[in-house]
Design a protein around this ligand. Structure first.
Ligand code: PGA
Length: 228
């Protein structure tokens, strides 16, 4: 039986989604610079580099005993085989423990359907990856009732806009999500070092998904420092 690292999550999860940013050298510079900062107890930081960097980032983190977990930004809905351009769950599992699934940018730019997202979740779970499934609306929760996934609530109006969602609304939405047997809910959308506490102090929010503010090591280190 493969273990799922989030079944009894005590720490606040901080996920850094680099999207299609950074070359190998830029990623190494980021890792070197962030190692100058101390991090508080009580947070679990997961880096989501692009798939080209999973090997180098996970290797660097391991060799230098850095306090980071690794995740991929997407996974193939198929197993290993003749699926040109796809990266299978088995390939990701060599480097990572987590995977983002159904990010808004994939739903919009690559027409990802609920069916496709459910296939990806099944594939991820089958190899022991923890899926972090992104939803922007309650209707996207359909078919997602599972204690084995984390749900990231990411309102469309907040992603990459600098207009983070009202924390009261985030709490209401997170509570709704937990009613369907989801144990861990995180929030994403314009999180920064100033507003991080507003979300992490919410009773139903277990962590944050950070995009833009994770690209610069100092901004991300400030955000982590203010998290607890
Ligand atoms: P943002 O992105 O922090 O830049 O708003 C969040 C996300 O897309 O996951």
């Amino acid at each position: 039986m493969k273990t799922n690292p989030l079944y009894h999550m005590k720490n606040k999860l901080l996920a850094a989604n680099w999207k299609s940013n950074k070359t190998k050298f830029e990623a190494k510079d980021w890792l070197v610079e962030i190692s100058n900062y101390e991090f508080p107890e009580g947070v679990e930081v997961i880096l989501f580099p692009p798939s080209t960097l999973l090997d180098v980032v996970s290797g660097y983190v391991r060799v230098n005993s850095m306090p980071f977990k690794i995740g991929a930004q997407d996974v193939s809905p198929f197993g290993p085989g003749a699926y040109t351009g796809e990266v299978s769950a088995e390939q990701i599992k060599e480097f990572a423990d987590y995977v983002l699934i159904g990010h808004l940018e994939r739903r919009v730019n690559f027409s990802e359907s609920t069916d496709m997202i459910i296939k990806k979740i099944d594939r991820a779970i089958s190899v022991g990856l923890t899926p972090i499934v992104c939803v922007s609306e309650l209707k996207e929760l359909s078919g997602l009732s599972s204690s084995r996934i984390v749900v990231a609530y990411e309102p469309i109006s907040a992603i990459g806009t600098g207009e983070a969602m009202d924390p009261n609304l985030v709490e209401d939405f997170s509570k709704e999500i937990k009613k369907i047997n989801i144990q861990n809910v995180i929030y994403g959308g314009s999180v920064n070092s100033e507003n991080v506490k507003n979300y992490l102090s919410l009773p139903s929010v277990d962590g944050l998904l950070v995009g833009g503010q994770s690209l610069d090591p100092k901004s991300f280190a400030d955000l982590i420092k203010n998290a607890v």
